[in-house]
Design a protein around this ligand. Structure first.
Ligand code: ADP
Length: 573
């Protein structure tokens, strides 16, 4: 646990805040003990008939009151404020980390899982941070101090009270494994549920269309029932050791009375007073330690969540320095890449996409065309070989500098639930409204935007739900116009454009592509016939490259693709 905190679950300021909060909690514990000490001290003075003046008594009480107030106030302030600040900092820190993660991380982790980490885990850790962790450290320091004092004052009495307390902690430590295993199991099940919910929501259209509502509902209900059982088991795995440990604490009182009878001479008032002091401690301390047991259980429950955040933190982000690219030839030299270990999706490909030319990729579905574009833009990092732009290995250029020079239009367009204007402005945050509108015009968006209820200010729903596929596609093309980057990557942009729209943007699209490095994928082979270079891919390798006319002569695969493409165009329902 301490290792986890030390390692990476908390931010730097959070670790410092935790130390401060623990000291605050220690001082607060100490302050709560002060009245008992004062009463004991006064009683002792009365028994010993010490000549203490009334002002001195009042002075001690007033002094103790002020110190108590300060300690409790500091304790509260440091414990809660510092740790709540950390809960906020932790969430921001994780969000920043997510921003820097390579896309490959997201293809191996569920979005539901990540959002659960950012929202729920951080909330739970925030609670543990403000309600359990500093209290635990504070209580440990406090108990060491009190135990040392009580054992030093009277070893037999001190040991009688603290032996059951110490044993209860040993017992709790022994149950650590089963507690963390059970809470990890529950944690995993919660993740699976969140994933199933997310999938059911995202796929609701398909689920309805294929009449799968009942079976999906049944499946989810089964998952919830299962998680309920796991939850009960995990609660039991925690509650049983805590209850047993709390019962062990109660032995302190019995041990105190038994030892007191042996040690003290009750005919002496002073002995009686000391016995009463130990008796009070044996009643009060077990209550405090029972809270500590619960704090420890909460922290053990956090174990899986802390590990999850630590794991997220330890993911390597893409390295690279800021670099101002000046020329824009993109070169692949023997590049290899796998999404999953052992399955090569790109298998040693080499080519150059020259500046001021259009390079088109064609090939059967799944041969790796989109992957080539992803590698080129560092959405994923290649495994071996080299990719250079301006002669510089792109792995040495930081992602922001690279993205600055690349515009990508994907076939799956992602839009934000904000206005049309702001969605286009994503291409260039500093663009004025007029520039945004000009880009929209070039991408042939004006017609449909004018029909929207609030024109450019219309909110377009989550991921542009209120727009058609073609309209979304044109917004993403408008972004590219606005960005005006020297390298342009177009991934199947005609897939969701109808012929009318494609023709309408053709002229301006050609203007956009002038004097740039253009890399394009299109299944409509007719649209790439004029490309300067066509690269035919098959199963992760380059089958042939050249102009349309050259390939017609040299590549059988290209001829087959052309035939299939023509057949598709003739296809009628
Ligand atoms: P194309 O664009 O030629 O249709 P892709 O580059 O999209 O092909 O895909 C090449 C191969 O990589 C396919 O087998 C596909 O299933 C696989 N693939 C694509 N994206 C991922 C991903 N994110 N994770 C794992 N495998 C992927």
């Amino acid at each position: 646990m301490k290792k986890q905190i030390k390692k990476s679950a908390l931010t730097k300021s959070g670790k410092k805040g935790l130390v401060v909060a623990s000291i605050g909690s220690f001082l607060s514990n100490l302050a709560h003990l002060a009245p008992i000490f004062i009463v004991m001290f006064f009683a002792q003075q009365i028994i010993l008939k010490t000549d203490l003046s009334i002002p001195l008594y009042l002075g001690i009480i007033a002094g103790a009151g002020i110190v108590m107030y300060i300690f409790i106030d500091i304790g509260y302030d440091k414990t809660y404020n510092e740790t709540y600040k950390e809960a906020v900092a932790l969430r921001i820190d994780i969000a920043n980390k997510l921003k820097e993660l390579p896309l490959s991380y997201f293809s191996t982790h569920d979005v539901a899982d990540l959002s659960q980490t950012v929202m729920q885990d951080v909330l739970d850790i925030g609670h543990a941070l403000s309600h359990a962790i500093p209290q635990m450290f504070g209580a440990i320091a406090f108990s060491i101090l009190v135990a040392t004092g009580m054992i030093a004052f009277n070893p037999i009495m001190g040991l009688a009270i603290f032996t059951p307390i110490a044993l209860s902690f040993v017992f709790l430590a022994l149950s650590k494994g089963s507690q963390t295993r059970a809470s990890k199991k529950y944690f995993d099940v919660l993740r699976e549920n969140a994933d199933a919910f997310q999938q059911a929501i995202e796929m609701h259209q398909e689920i309805k269309a294929f009449g799968q509502k009942e079976s999906v509902q049944k499946d989810i209900n089964k998952k919830i029932d299962h998680s309920e059982k796991i939850h009960i088991k995990s609660e039991l795995a925690q509650a049983v050791p805590v209850i047993l440990a709390n019962i062990m604490l109660k032995f302190s009182l019995g041990a105190c009375i038994f030892a007191g009878i042996q040690v003290f001479d009750f005919s002496q008032p002073l002995h009686l007073l000391y016995f009463l002091g130990y008796l009070m401690a044996s009643v009060a301390l077990p209550d405090a330690f029972a809270t500590l047991h619960e704090n420890i259980a909460e922290i053990l429950y956090m174990d899986a969540r802390l590990k999850r955040i630590a794991e997220l933190r330890s993911v390597e982000t893409q390295a690279g320095e800021p670099y101002d690219l000046k020329s824009f030839d993109v070169e692949f030299k023997g590049v290899e890449f796998s999404y999953k270990d052992g399955v090569k999706v790109i298998d040693g490909i080499s080519f150059t996409a020259k500046q001021n030319t259009v390079t088109a990729f064609v090939g059967p579905s799944g041969c790796g065309k989109t992957t080539v574009l992803r590698l080129m833009s560092r959405l994923y990092d290649y495994d071996s070989g080299e990719i250079t732009i301006d002669g510089k290995d792109i792995k040495t250029i930081d992602a922001d500098s690279l993205f600055d020079k690349i515009s990508i239009v994907f076939q799956d367009v992602m839009l934000f639930n904000t206005s049309v204007l702001e969605n286009i402005r994503l291409g260039n945050r500093s663009a004025a409204d007029e520039e945004v509108k000009k880009a929209a015009e070039l991408a042939n968006c004006t017609e449909f935007i004018e029909k929207l209820p609030e024109k450019y200010d219309t909110f377009i729903g989550e991921n542009g739900a209120k727009l058609s596929g073609g309209e979304r596609q044109r917004i993403s093309i408008a972004r590219a116009f606005l960005k005006n980057a020297p390298i342009i990557i177009l991934d199947e942009i005609s897939a969701s454009l109808d012929v009318e729209n494609e023709m309408a943007i053709q002229g301006s699209l050609n203007k956009l592509l002038e004097n740039r490095t253009v890399v394009i994928i299109s299944h409509r082979l007719k649209s790439v016939e004029n490309a300067d270079k066509i690269i035919v891919m098959n199963e992760g390798k380059i089958d042939a490259k050249g102009s349309h006319d050259e390939l017609l002569k040299s590549s059988e695969l290209y001829r087959t693709l052309i035939e299939k493409s023509q057949a598709t165009e003739k296809f009628a329902y």
